[in-house]
Design a protein around this ligand. Structure first.
Ligand code: HEC
Length: 496
């Protein structure tokens, strides 16, 4: 009880909710970074071909493709930093926990990343002047280092959704080699190879060669993209190891997510069909326009896939340990009695806008408990989602938030907080008048508060977990949080 919640400074991103900011940067980053990994491996493959006598492979390796790989790994690195910068704005506590848990593994990733930069730049700068053996070694070093940085970061990121035995005190390696580590690593490796093969097809089409010699190179690039064929199996493996409720959303429980799964699977299927049947089996010639279209499809599939992967984690950023609101399950139970805003040290940006203290409180409640995934008027806008609801419907659904939708955390505040939020949403829906309606002006009705309190008690503070599970049996007092390893709870000492 003594440990205080660390409240990090809050930032507002206007109508673009925080998730979209992260998503936008993240998708670009993942696409470029995966291409840079596959591109490194493909360069090594073509260098081998050149050294074994393929007449045009050397021109390919020293041509545009090399520049493309370099540009994408530089931009990939920059967007990678931008990623951590934006995620820290939104979930400082989550990133803090990741850093605490995986400190040295993260440092290891950075070492590999530095090796990647040095090897890549050395090849770019001096490659044409180096002897064969040195070229091979440098490219191998680049490719291995690029893949190793994926290896390390993949363990840390996949741990967020499937912490596995780490939750039972299994320690850092149990967290790193968590249930989704291998399917996710192999899937991304296959994606990297596919992206590189497709981009190579575009670049080969820009080379000044006759059709037959171009076709010879294209056949090699297509062969490199062959791992696209195992992606369905790896995707099924991944689906099998993620938590059951996440899986159920992807498979129909949440239509937006299901549709994105469909888009990703459909686009990948089209690419895979073209590569395997068209390019490899029937040896069709692929021109630059078609290759560009396929790469565009691959970008769409990557975007959809990342959306799904991020969405599947809800309501947690670290499953079972930290909600998307940066609160632990134990803190949710505590805030039920203290109120959501008791310890929040930050004033509202435009406090003068709110004509009553209750509406200002509602705005603060929204900021700490909803803002991570909603806005009031923009993306996933709360005012619009609830515009047609009656007041009591709104009270019930907010009080029982984790039952309203299983991917929302339990409401972490008291009955006054629920009522303040309800009044705020009504007031915003009415166009935020300077003179609020009678309900927002009057003190909250004790009978209404008592009813909200009953709803809060009924629903308890456990997450919904398994979608479709029957509502929890009325725990009047909040149940104790599940035992977690001492390290699972971010040290309160990090409080500002
Ligand atoms: C972890 C992310 C997350 C958090 C935190 C969150 N929500 Fe949601 N909420 C969602 C998502 C995703 C939807 C689905 C939107 C849709 O169906 O279009 C949703 C839907 C809703 C809906 C509409 C439900 C329906 O059945 O139509 C309401 C109301 C709502 N949220 C209220 C809130 C309130 C109030 C808070 C803060 C106390 C909150 N949410 C916090 C993610 C979240």
């Amino acid at each position: 009880m003594a440990a205080s919640i660390p409240y990090y400074p809050v930032n507002e991103f206007g109508p673009l909710m925080k998730g979209l900011v992260i998503g936008g940067v993240g998708i670009l980053h993942v696409f470029l970074a995966q291409f840079a990994i596959g591109g490194g491996m493909l360069l090594y493959y073509f260098e081998r071909l050149a050294q074994r006598g393929q007449p045009d492979a050397r021109a390919f390796v020293d041509g545009y493709f090399k520049v493309l790989v370099l540009v994408s790994f530089v931009v990939g690195a920059l967007t990678g930093v931008a990623m951590w910068f934006t995620t820290i704005q939104v979930g400082a506590r989550t990133i803090g926990l990741m850093l605490d848990e995986f400190h040295w593994l993260w440092a290891t990733e950075w070492v590999w990343f530095s090796v990647e930069i040095v090897a890549g730049y050395a090849f770019y700068r001096f490659g044409p002047r180096l002897p064969d053996a040195a070229r091979r070694r440098l490219l191998a070093l680049y490719a291995i280092a690029a893949w190793m940085s994926l290896f390390w970061i993949n363990g840390i990121l996949s741990w967020q959704l499937t912490p596995g035995a780490w939750l039972e005190g299994g320690g850092v390696w149990a967290g790193f080699f968590n249930p989704s580590f291998w399917p996710s690593l192999l899937f991304r490796t296959a994606v990297a190879a596919t992206l590189a093969g497709l981009a190579a097809c575009i670049v080969i089409n820009t080379m000044d060669l006759d059709r037959a010699r171009r076709a010879a190179l294209l056949a090699r690039a297509a062969r490199f993209a062959a791992p696209v064929a195992v992606m369905p199996l790896l995707a099924l493996w991944y689906l099998a190891v993620i938590p059951e409720d996440s899986r159920s959303w992807l498979l129909g429980g949440s239509m937006p997510m299901t549709m994105f799964v469909g888009v990703a699977a459909g686009a990948s299927f089209l690419i895979g069909g073209y590569v395997i049947v068209g390019l490899i089996a029937r040896r069709l010639y692929i021109n630059g326009a078609t290759a560009t279209m396929l790469l565009g499809l691959a970008f769409g599939a990557t975007a959809a896939g990342e959306f799904v992967r991020e969405g599947a984690r809800k309501p947690f950023t670290v499953r079972g340990v930290l909600y998307s609101t940066s609160l632990t399950p134990a803190e949710v139970a505590r805030l039920r009695t203290t109120g959501a805003t008791a310890g929040d040290p930050y004033p509202l940006r435009d406090a003068a806008r709110y004509p009553t203290p209750q509406l200002a409180r509602g705005a603060k409640v929204h900021r700490v408990l909803c803002d991570a995934c909603h806005t009031l008027h923009g993306a996933n806008a709360l005012v619009e989602l609830t515009r047609t609801w009656t007041d009591d419907q709104l009270r019930l659904n907010i009080a029982k938030l984790q039952r309203t939708k299983g991917f929302m955390p339990p409401f972490a505040g008291d009955a006054e907080d629920v009522e303040a939020l309800v009044q705020l949403l009504r007031w915003e829906a009415a166009g935020a008048p300077a003179e609020p309606g009678p309900a927002a002006r009057a003190a909250p009705d004790p009978a209404v508060l008592a009813q909200i309190r009953r709803w809060l008690d009924e629903v308890g503070t456990e997450p919904a977990h398994v979608a479709g599970a029957p509502p929890a049996a009325t725990p009047a007092t909040p149940p104790a949080a599940p035992p977690a390893p001492a390290s699972a709870v971010p040290p309160a000492a990090r409080a500002p």
